[in-house]
Ligand binder design. Sequence first.
Ligand SMILES: *Cc1c(COP(=O)(O)O)cnc(C)c1O
Length: 461
Amino acid sequence: MQYLSTRGQAPILDFKGATLAGLATDGGLYLPASWPQLSPETLEGLATASYAETAFTVMRPFVEGSLTDAELKTLIAAAYGNFGHAAVTPLVQLSDRHWLLELFHGPTLAFKDVALQLLGNFFGHFLGATDKLTIVGATSGDTGSAAIEAVAGRPGIVIHMLHPAGRVSEVQRRQMTTVAAPNVHNIAVDGSFDDCQALVKALFNDSAFRTEQSLSAVNSINWARLLAQIVYYVYAGVRLGAPHRQVSFSVPTGNFGDVFAGYAAYKMGLPIAKLVVATNVNDILARALNEGDYSVGTVAATATPSMDIQVSSNFERLLFDLHGRSGAALAAAMQGFEKSGKLALSAEQRAQASALFLAERVDETRMMQALQWAYGETGQLIDPHSAVGLAAARRRETELGGPIVTLATAHPAKFPDAVERASGFRPLLPRRVAHLFDRQERYDRLPADAEALKTYIRSKA
Ligand SMILES: *Cc1c(COP(=O)(O)O)cnc(C)c1O
């Protein structure tokens, strides 16, 4: 399988190359050159397959040339062996038509583990004995802990995770700072999440430093993360009747990574009726898909911090298809967007997208109502992000075909305050992570200054 950049100017890479590169050198994102097909017979065969077997069948054509079948199986088994549920991503029925797909049974209780546990194994496998990789990332919560958990203790890899001091929840902070592995460095930055992101960008833009330290990124621009997420759409779809019945999914969306994995599953032949792009009040995606207005606003802080974004980096992957898969056309459009903060979708592009996607903006009141409905009517406690997805699914259910699956992206105990406010019930951390509050925290504090950060990173190399 070959991977090409959405902007058409970067070298074509194999799976290993695309995984280690993350971002393409022309500023674009890597995509497979074609979509492997899951035939109706294959989908039928997967109806009773385990998660690991499903993952193997879905991912195999994408890693061809970079991993043998035996290697892929071993990496999958290692990634999902320590999830807290034997089904890895269990389906839970809420009502006649509504289902939850629980994606939060990994080590840090958010869906990002599904991808990052596997990405950590890919990195470990692809790095040679003498190679080294320095991962630098910024987090407003979930990505940081999932990335740390994925690479802690791995030889050849050092991770530096920046978080805004005092601005992540205590559970989120402890999930990062109580990991004792010597290759993990947590940095509390005096500043906001945007300051943290700007620091990371400054480091990546310093090409001498980037080469000297072999910098790499783990955010959802990395194709391997999306690949891992295709699996659970297929896993849920075949359990609910695919290939003989269509299924719809509602996806709490921030960076458009998770929902793009659903688009990939559709392109591979999973009969998806609709993909609901559920946003909070930070609604750039809803405006883009409903009105053609992809323009940057200011970020409002909500009870769903993992969806508080200005720019959805993975939207570029859909835009590539909406620009006729022309790297040159998309590069021009993205350059315009980077200058003006605006990109308009034509009526034709919107019509093409709306054949599959349906976007819904959910404010805090409706998020709380969905959380209350789930708890009151079904006894299911869900987290605020999942509640955004459920609210959108219920509001738009007459437009959706087949059973409707809302992706539950975080465990309710990750956001106990918001859950308690809506339900009156304070969720407990699962026993396997209850140690969080006993363990010693370890982090350093730095000013929001790129030179100070470089000195710090060199001192830990
Ligand atoms: C990251 C995250 C999301 C958003 O996922 P994207 O792939 O960025 O769209 C939603 N919910 C939770 C809990 C998350 O951590």
